[in-house]
Design a protein around this ligand. Sequence first.
Ligand code: UD2
Length: 315
Amino acid sequence: MGDGSRVVLVTGGAGFIGSHVVDLLLARGCRVIVVDDLGHGRRENLVAHQDDPRLQLVVVDLRDDFAAALAGLPRPDAVLHLAAQVSVPRSLRDPVVDLDINLRATVRLLQWAAAAGVRRLVLASSAAVYGDPARMPVSEDMCDRPAAPYGASKRAAELYLACLGPALGVETVALRLFNVYGPRQDPGSPYSGVVSLFMARALGGEPLTVQGDGAQTRDFVYVGDVARAFAAAMDTPGVDGLIANIGSERATTIAELAAAIVAATGGRSPIVHAPARAGDIVRSLADASRARVALGWHAELSLAEGLARTLAWLG
Ligand code: UD2
């Protein structure tokens, strides 16, 4: 990168992860078009760039006529597709909405990208494609049993990219994100990420609710590291068709996470227990060696440092 004439389109660019991708692209000299319906995304996430003429925000839902909204704008070199229906429980309640947003809109976006002459499309996929796999850590070939429509629609989107991308002449990469955390993650819903929920409660001196025995593990990856993965997926030559795990390769139990957050916030909050969440995955841990080899990417930030940065932002 570093070429100021490059244009990158980021869907979901006003969201938690997307806005960090936008920060990085602008820092590297790109022009950025953000497409976001501002359903979960927030203008505040992009406020640092409000006077930057290289950033353009187009407010449109990808289920609507987004092509009309994009007409007349510069042709992007790459599309980074992070707009999504992100709630696993909602995908069980509303599978057709999940399908429309996570699969149908992705296919339409790929067709638009082909017509616009876009070189490469990078999809934000998910560790949800794995369900509860028999072996840990998970590598990319173990993905046949998603536990919810969310994982199924993400997997289906990967498969559409794999067959349609070559047919339409668009290179594609899918990044399977593990549990992303960091500044701008919204603790506002019961289905928000556990880091943001625990931090908000700990800062308020309220109890942290560990669902289940707390021995379930997750692979927490810092949002800044994830943004670097998107930049690498966009720029690395010779990776057409790549699917890669994006995780820290470190397993943390939810009980450990709760204790670390209580300690980091001054230790006032009690930790209480509640029944395990229906359909909760017991273990999740990435084997990210493919990303390391193909993209030269690995997670750099330790969980302790990432939590400290997240707290500083909330603070
Ligand atoms: C993550 C992703 C989801 C999907 C999925 C794939 C987030 C926010 N969600 O879901 O989009 O990719 O992975 O498998 O990253 N917990 C508590 N107390 C709380 C909240 C959560 O104990 O107050 C537990 C919860 O029961 C679970 C763990 O923390 O065992 C992580 O929950 P989560 O909602 O942050 O993320 P997860 O892994 O279900």
